[in-house]
Design a protein around this ligand. Structure first.
Ligand code: FAD
Length: 434
């Protein structure tokens, strides 16, 4: 396909990003732009023209699934970032700790070999589902036969916080590098929000020698996802590493003069801080869909295969709310879910048979030297059976209506993974407790 005369391409690499300097190679910082200079014949062989808006994991998984399924038409990835698609989990872990700089998902050759056009630094601004066009911020209009929405999330900020240096969020590679640079000179950090990202940031900052206060309005870290009991074990882990964990209390005010200096909690406590990380969750990046008619409600509303409310428009990844087997709309913000969705969406879109295997949701979180892993769909309202706990590593099963609904382990990968079949089968809880 690369030799097709009507698709002469120009590839431009403009070198590493100069916005931030770090030691060592930063492949994710390479600005890679492939410009299609002549595409007059459109998609080859009458095949379709697919545009993917968003340049993260979902975009890459979709593009590679398309080629794997022998799709020979054109694929264009549109990303508002200036980096090739990269992996986000290391941003709060290895990248923040300065152990890894290259988190690029695929090297530039991948896009050449698979004949995938990547438009970096281009934000989609509007979608016209009637004309089947996407307009970019530079005025470029892209036509599509099929459109994938893969725009992920935007981190929430706290609007009442003043504009002070030292208040940060973490979602992107650039934000991770900026946080890392700041952490290098910081002494006292307050992490607002003890969800997964807040907990991982707290752990990484401790690894960098920063004093950390972790503030969470819920009774325990991760309580909304894993419940209070397991959240309590996570709080214990952080306290054992020297983190000052304050639960059941929120932040009422941040003070400073140009730079953040003090964080005031709702209980009146005043915490000195030269770094504040806001980790209070994210919202779906759907602003650009305003006026398009695409149904959005905490994410792009999709059926069980990723179809949106508009013909020829699909969505997957963190931005998408898919219908589950029980008929509920569910939006999942975990890495493995992206590939699972691409495996269903792509064949469905191409008129092929999607896989029928039961998918057991999975996610992990690395904090200090332990990997917390979760299989299934635990809820904070489930009955929790803690079957192992040595003070740091633990294993717990979640019971709902008498069956095993999920398993969570800290430093216990074997038993967690072995539970997959039982969770998939909806086995009685006694089967795992026995
Ligand atoms: P994203 O990766 O967010 O990609 C969306 C892309 O679209 C972004 O590049 C964005 O800039 C771009 N975009 C947005 N709007 C536009 C627009 N209008 N035009 C063009 N481009 C646009 N999951 C786990 O299971 N385990 C973990 O340990 C874990 N750790 C994580 C740590 C961090 C710091 C973060 C942020 C996430 C973590 N995750 C983890 C979640 C996992 O990374 C996500 O589920 C995954 O990245 C989702 O991929 P996505 O492509 O849907 O979204």
């Amino acid at each position: 396909m690369d030799d097709a005369p009507a698709r002469r391409r120009r590839i431009r690499r403009t070198g590493p990003s100069t916005r931030l300097r770090v030691d060592g190679p930063i492949l994710a910082g390479i600005v890679y732009e492939r410009l299609v200079t002549s595409n007059a014949e459109g998609a080859q062989g009458g095949a379709k023209n697919i545009v993917i808006v968003g340049g993260g994991l979902a975009a890459v998984r979709t593009a590679e699934q398309l080629r794997r399924a022998s799709f020979e038409g054109s694929i264009t990835i549109v990303s508002d970032e200036e980096h090739l698609p990269y992996d986000r989990p290391p941003l709060s872990k290895d990248v923040l700790r300065g152990e890894v700089d290259d988190v690029t998902l695929k090297p530039p050759e991948f896009y050449d070999d698979k004949d995938i056009t990547v438009r970096l630094g281009s934000a989609a601004r509007t979608l016209d589902t009637g004309a089947q066009t996407v307009t970019l911020d530079d005025g470029t209009v892209l036509e599509y036969d099929e459109l994938m929405i893969a725009t992920g999330l935007v981190p929430r900020r706290i609007p009442s916080f003043p504009e002070l240096a030292g208040i940060r969020v973490l979602r992107s590679f650039d934000e991770s590098l900026a946080l890392r640079e700041h952490a290098g000179s910081a002494c006292r950090a307050v992490v607002v929000g003890a969800g997964f990202i807040g907990c991982e940031v707290a752990a990484s900052l401790r690894g960098l020698g920063v004093d950390v206060v972790l503030v969470e309005p819920q009774p325990a870290p991760l309580a909304a996802v894993l419940g209070e009991q397991i959240g309590g074990l996570v709080a214990r882990l952080h306290r054992s590493e020297g983190v000052d964990v304050r639960t059941g209390v929120g932040v009422s005010e941040v003070r400073g003069d140009g730079r953040v200096e003090t964080v005031v909690l709702a209980d009146g406590a005043e915490l000195a801080a030269d770094l504040v990380v806001v980790g209070i969750g994210s919202y779906p990046a759907t602003d650009w869909l305003d006026g398009s008619g695409i149904e959005v409600d905490n994410g792009v509303i999709c059926d069980a295969s990723g179809r949106t409310s508009a013909n020829h428009v699909w969505a997957l990844g963190d931005v998408a709310s898919w219908r589950d087997l029980a008929g509920h709309q569910v939006r999942v913000e975990h890495w493995s879910n992206v590939a699972e969705q691409a495996r269903v969406l792509v064949p469905t879109m191409l008129g092929q048979e999607p896989p029928s295997a039961v998918v057991v949701p999975y996610f992990w979180s690395d904090q200090y030297d332990v990997k917390i892993q979760c299989l299934g769909e635990p809820r904070s309202t489930d009955i929790v059976h803690i079957v192992e706990d040595d003070g740091r590593k633990f294993l717990a099963y979640y019971e709902r209506d008498g069956v095993v609904a999920g398993v969570v382990g800290s430093g216990r990968p074997g038993p967690v993974m072995k539970s997959r079949a039982k969770i998939a089968a909806g086995a009685p809880i006694a089967d795992v407790l026995g």
